[in-house]
Design a protein around this ligand. Structure first.
Ligand SMILES: [Cu+2]
Length: 375
């Protein structure tokens, strides 16, 4: 009899334990302190993995969850100074990493090493470098990576903090904003080794990911209102200093130019897809909204170490940061992903379009009666 009671007691206890809703699981359990030292491991026998960079909004091929020891991720960025159209009929000198604005997004896992080779071809005219907000050490690596035209440099940092972070050129003094507002910025995603976690601390995977960056331009104008054109980046910098000091952008665009992510260039997803959106702004505050959807999960400030907030309608991206959000599309159709200063979106161009395919769900939205005369 005693044994039966004990058995019953054990069954009840195990039922209680298995039926405990995951929502009351502590997402912070087993977390290590942010102050914990993760820097003392030997770097002698680490495996090197080459990351093939791709132009945004795409992300390089990567695993969401990794096992085993950290690796050294080899990344090569080539600086390209180029005169390019950023709006119909408007050309400016872009300073770029690998030719795109923003530069390519790098993806690694926490405690991996990023080994960057920065190449400044002799055809360029200026000194460039890179400051990684994900790095630990003086000037984010800026002082170790300065390269004149005709030089290349290589340096390594350990990605000890997980999250999404901006990187940008920072050659010193007034050149810092001048290079950043000429397009010389990008982002890096440092995933937790065991992947992303939702609001309850459970693993969450994304089906697709897009890197969308807002760029502010401050192009100098002629007296007649036409945008000035210059023979070289440096020849425009005197005017550019004056126009950027107004703090009023002439152009605010996603991924380097107007309509980079709309119309034919619209992003695509399917109903059911969990889409990871990574948005950066290297210089200026913005606020993102998805018309027709929400952010199911947002890692505010870009920190994957924190529990994501849920169901945000709009979310902030402060200047000099990147933010990650996941949304699962439940309904097909056309969505706009934009800066919800609507003037900046619709009058300036900080807007992207997502076309989602799949089966319409009347339960979520339905037109009850077509427009007709007032009864
Ligand atoms: Cu630069």
């Amino acid at each position: 009899m005693k044994e039966t009671r004990l058995l019953l007691f054990l069954i009840v206890i195990s039922l209680i334990l298995t039926c405990t809703p995951s929502s009351i699981k502590d997402p912070h359990q087993n977390k290590i302190s942010v102050f914990e030292d993760s820097g003392s491991k030997s770097t002698n026998n680490l495996k090197h993995v080459v990351q093939n960079m791709v132009a945004p909004p795409a992300l390089p091929q990567h695993e969401q969850v990794v096992q085993g020891d950290p690796v050294v991720v080899d990344v090569r960025l080539v600086v390209e100074e180029k005169l390019q159209e950023i709006a119909p009929g408007v050309k400016t000198w872009l300073l770029t990493y690998n030719g795109s604005v923003p530069g390519p997004i790098i993806v690694v896992h926490q405690n991996d090493y990023v080994q960057l080779t920065l190449v400044n071809p002799a055809t360029n005219t200026m000194i460039h470098n890179i400051d990684f907000h994900a790095a630990t050490g003086g000037m984010g690596g800026g002082d170790l990576t300065s390269v004149a035209p005709g030089q290349e440099v290589s340096f390594r940092f350990k990605a000890i903090k997980s999250g999404v972070f901006v990187y940008h050129c920072a050659p010193g003094g007034i050149m810092v904003p001048l290079h950043v507002i000429s397009g010389m910025n990008g982002a890096i995603m440092v995933l937790p080794r065991d992947g992303l976690k939702d609001e309850n601390g459970n693993p969450v995977r994304y089906d697709k990911a897009f890197y969308i960056s807002e760029q502010d331009f401050y192009l100098p104008k002629e007296k007649n209102g036409k945008y000035k054109e210059y023979d070289s980046p440096a020849s425009g910098f005197g005017d550019l200093i004056e126009s950027m000091k107004t703090l009023v952008p002439t152009h605010l665009v996603f991924n380097g130019k107007t309509n980079a992510l709309t119309g034919e260039n619209a992003l695509k997803a399917k109903v059911g897809d969990k889409v990871l959106f990574i948005t950066s702004q290297a210089n200026r505050d913005t606020r993102i909204h998805l018309i027709g959807g929400h952010a199911d999960l947002v890692w505010l400030g870009g920190s994957f170490n924190d529990t994501p907030v849920t169901n945000y309608e709009s979310w902030p991206v402060v200047g000099g940061s990147a933010v990650a959000a996941i949304y699962q599309f439940r309904q097909p159709g056309r969505y706009l992903y934009l800066d919800h200063n609507l003037i900046e979106a619709f009058a300036f161009g900080a807007i992207a379009e997502i076309n989602v395919s799949g089966q319409w769900n009347d339960n979520l939205m339905k037109q009850i009666e077509k427009p007709g005369p007032i009864k």
